[in-house]
Design a protein around this ligand. Structure first.
Ligand SMILES: Nc1ncnc2c1ncn2[C@@H]1O[C@H](COP(=O)(O)OP(=O)(O)O)[C@@H](O)[C@H]1O
Ligand SMILES: O=C(O)C1=C[C@@H](OP(=O)(O)O)[C@@H](O)[C@H](O)C1
Ligand SMILES: [Mg+2]
Length: 178
């Protein structure tokens, strides 16, 4: 379901999508082009705990990570004109999903499984959710997770596109919708 917003106004933009699709990279690049502040929720969580996401999962557990994730997103999504990248599991929590959809413009970055597989080596060490899964189990997670991204305002296909190309498309899209 794609709910096109009537106007982007000064709402913050939230990037969603599966781990590794490029939310952090693209979010930062879009923010730079639009001259807006960039907030990566995972980086904010890591700053608060002063340790990596993997260590947070190992020491405190996923539940603690998810609580901090919800608290930070709830705070930032009410601020205007930000570019916010949330982790690929953020929309598992309906409260986060509903808040982002009502307060912000939610942009879903999509990558096909075939293209995503090629990126696994780049991210496996820093994504605790992927650790210890077979490729088949990861594929299953990839497809199951697509359901939580189905509610969004705009969807951007990123297969075979460079970071610059995706960034330009999104900036264009945002400016056209305004
Ligand atoms: N369009 C792209 N083409 C190739 N590699 C990319 C692209 N976008 C991101 N990457 C790379 O994929 C990896 C994951 O990107 P990242 O922005 O951390 O994703 P996410 O925040 O969605 O988990 C990084 O190594 C990044 O450099
Ligand atoms: O999908 C997930 O459950 C997660 C995604 C990660 O963020 P990215 O989507 O930026 O990789 C990070 O929040 C954490 O490792 C959990
Ligand atoms: Mg990220």
């Amino acid at each position: 379901m794609t709910n096109k917003p009537s106007s982007l106004n000064n709402k913050s933009i939230v990037f969603i999508g599966f781990m590794g699709v490029g939310k952090t990279t693209i979010g930062e690049a879009v923010a730079k082009k639009l001259n807006r502040d960039f907030i990566d929720i995972d980086q904010e969580i890591e700053k608060e705990f002063q340790i990596s996401t993997t260590e947070i999962f190992n020491i405190y557990g996923e539940k603690v990570f998810r609580e901090k994730e919800k608290a930070l997103i709830s705070e930032y999504c009410k601020c205007p004109e930000k570019i916010i990248s949330v982790g690929g599991g953020a929309f598992l929590q309906d409260e986060i999903k509903n808040l982002c959809l009502s307060e912000c413009i939610v942009i879903y970055l999509h990558l096909s499984w075939e293209a995503w597989k090629e990126r696994l080596d780049l991210i496996i060490d820093s994504r605790p959710v992927l650790k210890g899964r077979t490729l088949e189990e990861t594929e299953q997670l990839f497809y199951t997770r697509q359901n939580i991204y189905a509610s969004h305002h705009l969807k951007v296909e990123t297969d075979q596109l460079t970071v610059d190309e995706i960034t330009d498309r999104i900036v264009d899209l945002i400016q056209k919708t305004q």
